[in-house]
Write a protein that binds this ligand. Structure first.
Ligand code: GAR
Length: 209
């Protein structure tokens, strides 16, 4: 059974998609051990509590120095004894020591087709604002392993989503969530939990059976 710790910052719809997929049997061999939020007001915390999942708040604001927060974050995650860390709308820059310690055991969902609209400064609604400003006709979402760069880790799954005439950042964000994020994030977790994902030379191989 793969133990998962989910890091969140906001609404937690991706967390909800994971919870629902486990309940529905679309994710097997996996269990959410804990949810950790940097934001005490994140609705994701309520979603966790509603499902009996331990919900932990750990905010950089409560620490004098960033190094102290980083140390506490690593200790808290280690304490959950997890095999996979899932960044589900997590807006915190992770400490490099955490990324090294959990190499190929941290995944993120990004609301665009990497390498488009990603990297420093591209998060949340800003991604969709940039996609609309550029006038792309297709966008989507990417689930990838996390390395020490920003959105540069090996890509596990991607799904394209149509951009429509009259889209606003919010309508596009919702369509990308519904049609892509809430599908590929649970699917990627299921593949990992069932031992079907390997990383070779910076690329993900998925064993189909
Ligand atoms: C999602 O759209 C996710 O892709 C994005 O934040 C949103 C969180 O929503 N993540 C990033 O932009 C990371 N760079 P949620 O809290 O409802 O899951």
């Amino acid at each position: 059974m793969l133990k998962i710790t989910v890091l969140v910052s906001g609404g937690g719809t991706n967390l909800q998609a994971i919870i629902d997929a486990i309940d529905a049997g679309r994710i097997t061999n996996a269990h959410i051990e804990a949810v950790i939020s940097n934001n005490k007001n994140a609705y994701a915390l309520t979603r966790a509590k509603n499902h009996g999942i331990p919900a932990i708040v750990l905010s950089p604001k409560d620490f004098a120095a960033r190094e102290d927060y980083n140390r506490a974050l690593v200790e808290t995650i280690d304490g959950t004894d997890c095999g996979l860390i899932v960044l589900a709308g997590c807006m915190v820059i992770l400490p490099p020591e955490l990324i090294r310690k959990y190499e190929n055991r941290i995944i993120n969902i990004h609301p665009a087709l990497i390498p488009s609209f990603c990297g420093t400064g591209y998060y949340g609604l800003k991604v969709h604002e940039a996609a609309l400003a550029r006038g792309v006709k297709v966008t989507g979402a990417t689930c990838h392993f996390v390395d020490e760069g920003t959105d540069t880790g090996p890509i596990i799954l991607q799904k394209a989503v149509e951009v429509r005439e009259g889209d606003t950042p919010k309508t596009l964000q919702l369509r990308v969530m519904e049609e892509a994020e809430w599908q590929i994030m649970p699917e990627a977790i299921n593949l990992i939990a069932n031992g079907r994902v390997t990383v070779e030379d910076g690329r993900v191989l998925i064993r189909q059976d």
